[in-house]
Design a protein around this ligand. Structure first.
Ligand code: AMP
Ligand code: ZN
Length: 465
């Protein structure tokens, strides 16, 4: 077994992964806020989540991947009111679009997708514990978490907090998002105001709705328990969101909340973070309109390490698409060669490279996808390896890369309708009986229906023209 190394934001170092339970891994991903279509920066982060899950599965771990859908917060409520539709209608619509984007990008559906609105009871339970322990307090407008009462508040984001006593920190913030320069007591529960319209829940502390941060603490508790292996997000979530999650969860359960924190770097546009608020964002549909396929976009994402920022330009992704098309075409040709349709020249090596071992090593080294893609290309170009072995290994690598090679194989196998195969069989029979005119007529008929037929030593091969 080759160990998996993870860059853990908590320590700032690459660490060997040690699961809480041998052979299993619980992963919590901060999911989308469904008030609008995801932009491709968000999608970069979701591809990173997918790669992490795939690497663990490739290593034979039993993965439980949990992702939340933020379907109640400041932004979703505001947007549903602007659009004069219910919160439910707004968020279900964007959730559906989000799932469609995951599908287009070959992102595996998380094992559990949790709606925040379905877990308000759990959030209330957690807030009640925090109030009872005296780490939360009630004001006129809500219930707040007292960061001065928290052990190690700000450790994840390396904040310098002077105060260790609740009496010295009286500043509060009710907004879900705020800047690192000014850490403050944050809202766990926001009492109802008219701005909330028909969005509210009853609770022992009063009618209202949860703050954003408590949502993930409560849902990860419900889905994965009090301590979890891995928690992920984009780097912007490190503060305040993840910092506050740690404070709430550890104060509730008196246990270490998360062993490994993984944060992905931003996608930028003209060197500024891509963000809805900056109006500098692109959606997957915009990328497709520029003539780029979603899987070519995924290929482009894999050519950068998740901890490096990337700058999006159509030209950069188009260049990656050229390489991606070559990758797929080469794979198809390798299949033809291994099926005996083309001649193969092999220069066998006395010391063949252990590609599988090398692949495992790079993907286990903090999910190094650029090196994994480069290795796949080295394998393709290696004249000492037979085509059929290359095909087998590339399909194996694609369990991690997710570039759709399995679909290429399936299309080739499945898309030939039975009547075309029957024509090809009749042609083969005619050739055996030396009925050349009949065989020729059948070939023309096959071609007229959009397929080419080639003779091989195993029989025939049909392909879409
Ligand atoms: P949101 O839907 O805003 O809650 O964000 C969903 C995920 O996308 C979070 O993990 C964010 O950290 C991440 N994210 C937001 N903007 C970017 C960006 N420009 N590049 C990469 N990830 C981002
Ligand atoms: Zn979250």
């Amino acid at each position: 077994m080759i160990p998996i190394y993870i860059h853990n934001t908590l320590s700032g170092e690459k660490e060997e992964f040690k699961p809480l339970v041998a052979g299993k891994v619980g992963i919590y991903n901060c999911g989308p806020t469904v008030y609008d279509t995801a932009h491709i920066g968000n999608l970069r982060t979701f591809v990173m989540y997918d790669i992490i899950r795939r690497v663990f599965e490739y290593n034979g771990h039993f993965v439980t991947q949990v992702m939340n859908i933020t379907d109640v917060d400041d932004k979703t409520i505001r947007r549903s009111q602007e659009k004069k539709i219910s919160l439910e209608e707004l968020t279900r619509h964007y959730e559906t679009l989000f799932l469609a984007d995951l599908h287009s990008l070959n992102i595996l559906t998380p094992n559990k997708l949790l709606s925040a609105r379905d877990h308000v009871k759990d959030m209330i339970e957690m807030i009640a514990i925090l109030l009872e322990k005296g780490v939360a307090y009630q004001t006129k407008d809500g219930v707040y978490f007292s960061i001065g009462m928290s052990k190690n508040y700000g450790e994840l984001a390396k904040l310098k907090i002077e105060a260790t006593d609740s009496s010295t920190l009286k500043e509060r913030i009710s907004n879900d998002e705020y800047e690192k320069e000014n850490p403050r007591d944050f809202a766990l529960w926001k009492f109802y105001t008219e701005d909330d319209g028909d969005v509210f829940w009853d609770s022992p502390f009063g009618k209202g709705r949860p703050g954003w941060h408590i949502e993930c603490s409560a849902m990860s508790w419900r889905a994965l328990g009090t301590s979890i292996d891995i928690h992920t997000g984009g780097i912007d979530l490190m503060f305040p969101h993840h910092t506050n999650e740690i404070a709430q969860s550890e104060a509730t359960h008196d246990q270490k909340f998360v062993n490994y924190w993984i944060h992905g770097a931003f996608m930028n546009v003209n060197d500024a973070k891509m963000a809805k608020s900056k109006n500098n964002f692109f959606k997957l549909a915009d990328v497709e309109e520029s003539g780029i396929s979603p899987l070519a976009f995924r290929y482009w994402l894999l050519t950068s390490h998740y901890r490096s920022q990337v700058n999006f330009t159509v030209d950069a992704v188009k260049a990656a698409q050229t390489a991606f098309i070559r990758f797929i075409e080469t794979f198809v040709r390798l299949q033809d060669v291994s099926a005996g349709l083309e001649h193969e020249h092999i220069h066998a090596s006395a010391t063949p490279r252990d590609y599988k071992g090398e692949f495992l090593k790079v993907v286990n080294d903090d999910f190094n996808m650029p090196e994994a893609v480069a290795l796949a290309w080295e394998l393709i170009k290696d004249h000492t390896i037979e085509a059929k072995d290359k095909v087998t290994m590339l399909l194996d690598f694609d369990k991690v890369l997710g570039l759709g090679l399995h679909a290429v194989v399936d299309v080739q196998k499945e898309e030939v309708p039975a009547e075309i195969t029957a024509l090809a069989e009749a042609r083969q029979e005619a050739r055996k009986n030396k009925e050349w005119d009949k065989a020729d007529a059948l070939r023309k008929e096959i071609e007229g229906r959009g397929y080419s037929v080639k003779d091989t030593d195993k029989g025939f091969e049909l392909k879409l023209l």
